[in-house]
Every structure is written in structure tokens, then in C-alpha cells.
Design a protein around this ligand. Structure first.
Ligand SMILES: [Zn+2]
Length: 412
């Protein structure tokens, strides 16, 4: 099993310089073979598609006041998601931009889920707040208790647990992630872990972006949202750029210079005959000096997004869209003006930019139940001219199994 723990030395102790550790299993060789075999070619890169990653942040608190570091605000979550989109897309004008010749963009969209697994619209998009009578969680408690109790289908959601991770000795854990499982591909037996733990975990003191939403509880060197970028890099198959070993250890990306150790500062460093790429998200440098994924790293992530179970399925997950259901019809569709004089409109209060994506059925009945007309209209074209005798009529609006009827008075 692959599991990656990212650690941070406790402030005030100089002994611990490593903030992250990776535990490999005997499956790692299989995983690398699979990755090599499935590496995207440059041609594929040019034709690459956009990827869609619905996210749910399980914010686990201990009765902490809302919008505190122990119960992260929705604004901080959205700042975090915005940061991910900047970093993975190398967005011009953002902290995630670089002009490095090896820099690359993944063309990906991280979005907050709008519905829970049962289809209910979330009170706070992308957020599931969980109160537990427990101030801190060890990594094993997170994996063996919390994740087993609470996880949303990882083929539809990227589960993100935000929790105060307990320190271990002199080391503070910033987060961890599960590598992509590939057991259905290439005949390889490389199970990286079950569905319930197929997630990323973030210490609650690193979630958000201090520049976007000031939050004075964030750790100084990790207040720009890059721990999440790093962990999702792992979740998409990336390995630390020093290969978790000396100069002979590889991260299987030829455009990230070999390094012998992680870097913990923004100072230039040379460890294996080349200057270390401290600005790479897969190093341990402070958030402020990170801004690059390389072409080879992006190729690995694309390979995973196209092939790995519980990754490729996210691209067709529709949980970031507001559902069209009966509740939606009851609450968000109105008609007017009423009385009607020649023309009426169906008002469709839909927040998504899906104006051409689907059509509504529209029927007009008289009081005897006789259908006057029956039409199907795209949701961006919902005005109707009617030429009927004055009187009472009924307009029925429908979509799939859902419908709502309106009584209108037509006047001369
Ligand atoms: Zn890591």
C-alpha cells in the first residue's frame, strides 16, 4: 500500500528537519511499471482534455466555533480550491504561474460538490462538517476510524479530510494522501488501498490561502494552500522530486533534477550536481517559493486521470451541478407576468452555465384539460407568445419525471 505522510517539525525544535515521509510497499515497483507503460505521449498531451474534480471537504471539528482554525470557514475552503485551480493550471497572474521552460499546465477544474451522495443540495457547497468529541487525530485513527465512518463515493468525489492531525514525537503531520490504485489496468496487481482511504488529509492549519482570505491561524510557511497542491499531486501519482532517496533515487520524471533530500527553505540548493527544483510542488519548500509542475509530472497525472479507477470516473461525476429535481421545480421555476397578455415567460433560476445543455417540456391546457400546445424548449429560450381566448389556463413545465403546473389568467 502506498501512503504518504507529510510532516512538519514542531516550531521551536531544531532537530526535526523533515516534514514529510513516504511509506512504500512492495507494490511500488508494479506501480512504476504501470506508470511507465501508460505514460502519455507528447501527441496526447497536445490533445489533452479538461478534467473535472468534484471535491468534498469533510471538516472534522471538536465543537470549535464556526470559521475558526478548528472549524475552517467556507471562504477558506473556496480560497483553497481557487489556489488548486491556479497551481494545476499554471494560471497567468496567479501564484501558480511560472515561465519555466519545463513548466506545464494540467487543464483541470477542481469544483466544490453541490450535492451529497443522496442528491441533496449541500448547505455549504463542497463542505461536510462533522463534529466529533475528539480534539486531535493520529494518522491511524484517521485511516482506521474516521475514514471508515465517513467517506463519500470516491469515484464521484475527491474526499478531503480537514482535521487537526496529532503530532508524533517531534514531528507535525501536515497531510497525507493515497496514491491512485490501478488494479484494473495493464494486468498489474497494484492495489494502493481501498476506496474508504482513497482521499487526501490536510491538517486544519494549512487549509486556505492567507492572501485570498486572511486567516491568522495558518502555519506561516504553509499559508498559501500548497500542502493541498502537494497532496493532490501524490493522489494523481506524483512522487517527491528527490525520489525519497539519495541521488540515485528517481521520481520518474526526467525534467525534475535529481536531489538527495527535500528542501525546507526557499534558498537555492545544489545536491546532486544540479540546482534543486525547490519551486516544485513535490518538494517540501515553503508555500511561498512553490510554483511548478513539470511536463513529465503533468504527463503522469494525465495518465492517472485517464486510466486509474476512481480518478477517470470523476470526470463524468455531475455532483458539482445543481440537480434538477422536484424540489428544484417547486422552488426555482416561476412564471410571469400573470395575468398574461399575449406573452409569458418561464423563469428558470439556475445557477449553472448550462444554458444549452437541456430542454424543458412545456404544455398549455385549458380548464377542460384539453391540451392547447405541447413543446420542448431549451432553457435559454423560455418566452411564449400565445393567441388563445381570454380565460383560465394551466401551464405545465416538466423535465424527466419532475413537473410543476401554473395557473394563468389570459386577458385580452
Ligand atoms: Zn509528500
Amino acid at each position: 500500500m502506498f501512503f504518504i505522510l507529510c510532516l512538519l517539525p514542531i516550531l521551536g525544535t531544531a532537530q526535526e528537519t523533515e516534514r514529510c515521509k513516504v511509506f512504500y510497499s512492495e507494490d511500488s515497483a508494479d506501480f512504476e511499471q504501470w506508470m511507465q507503460a501508460n505514460q502519455s505521449t507528447p501527441t496526447e498531451l497536445e490533445e489533452r482534455m479538461d478534467f473535472n474534480i468534484p471535491m468534498i471537504f469533510h471538516i472534522v471539528h471538536n465543537g470549535d466555533v464556526l470559521n475558526s482554525i478548528g472549524n475552517t470557514s467556507a471562504e477558506s475552503v473556496y480560497a483553497q480550491i481557487e489556489t488548486l485551480n491556479e497551481d494545476f493550471n499554471r494560471k497567468l497572474g496567479s501564484n501558480g504561474y511560472n515561465d519555466h521552460p519545463d513548466g506545464a499546465s494540467l487543464s483541470i477544474n477542481f469544483c466544490p460538490a453541490k450535492v451529497d451522495p443522496d442528491g441533496n443540495v449541500l448547505q455549504e457547497f463542497g463542505i461536510n462538517r462533522i463534529q466529533r468529541n475528539k480534539p486531535k487525530w493520529s494518522t491511524s485513527e484517521i485511516r482506521n476510524e474516521l475514514m471508515q465512518e465517513v467517506y463519500w463515493d470516491p469515484s464521484r468525489y475527491l474526499n478531503v479530510y480537514v482535521v487537526e492531525i496529532a503530532t508524533s514525537g517531534l514531528t507535525r503531520f501536515l497531510g497525507f494522501a493515497q496514491f491512485p490504485s490501478s488494479s484494473n489496468l495493464s494486468g498489474l496487481n497494484n492495489d494502493q488501498g481501498g476506496a474508504s482511504t482513497d482521499a487526501i488529509v490536510l491538517h486544519n492549519a494549512v487549509v486556505g490561502n492567507h492572501e485570498k482570505v486572511p486567516n491568522f491561524g495558518l502555519l506561516n510557511e504553509n499559508n498559501l494552500g500548497r500542502v493541498a497542491t502537494h497532496e493532490i499531486g501524490h493522489w494523481l501519482g506524483l512522487i517527491h522530486i528527490w525520489g525519497d532517496g539519495d541521488c540515485d533515487a528517481d521520481d520518474f520524471c526526467s525534467d525534475t533534477p535529481n536531489a538527495s533530500d527535500p528542501n525546507n527553505s526557499c534558498l537555492e540548493n545544489q545536491s546532486c550536481g544540479e540546482i534543486d527544483m525547490i519551486e516544485n510542488y513535490m518538494d517540501y519548500s515553503p508555500d511561498a517559493c512553490m510554483n511548478i509542475f513539470t511536463n513529465d509530472q503533468v504527463a503522469r497525472m494525465i495518465t492517472v486521470l485517464r486510466n486509474a479507477p476512481r480518478r477517470k470516473s470523476l470526470n463524468t461525476s455531475n455532483v458539482c451541478r445543481e440537480p434538477i429535481n422536484q424540489s428544484f421545480f417547486d422552488n426555482k421555476i416561476t412564471i410571469g407576468p400573470n395575468p398574461v397578455q399575449g406573452e409569458f415567460f418561464i423563469n428558470f433560476n439556475y445557477s449553472e452555465d448550462l444554458s444549452n445543455a437541456f430542454a424543458l417540456g412545456v404544455n398549455l391546457f385549458d380548464t377542460q384539460g384539453k391540451r392547447i400546445f405541447n413543446t420542448s424548449r431549451k432553457v435559454d429560450d423560455l418566452s411564449f407568445n400565445i393567441d388563445v381566448p381570454a380565460g383560465i389556463y394551466f401551464v405545465q413545465v416538466s423535465y424527466e419525471d419532475f413537473a410543476k403546473s401554473f395557473k394563468i389568467l389570459v386577458i385580452e
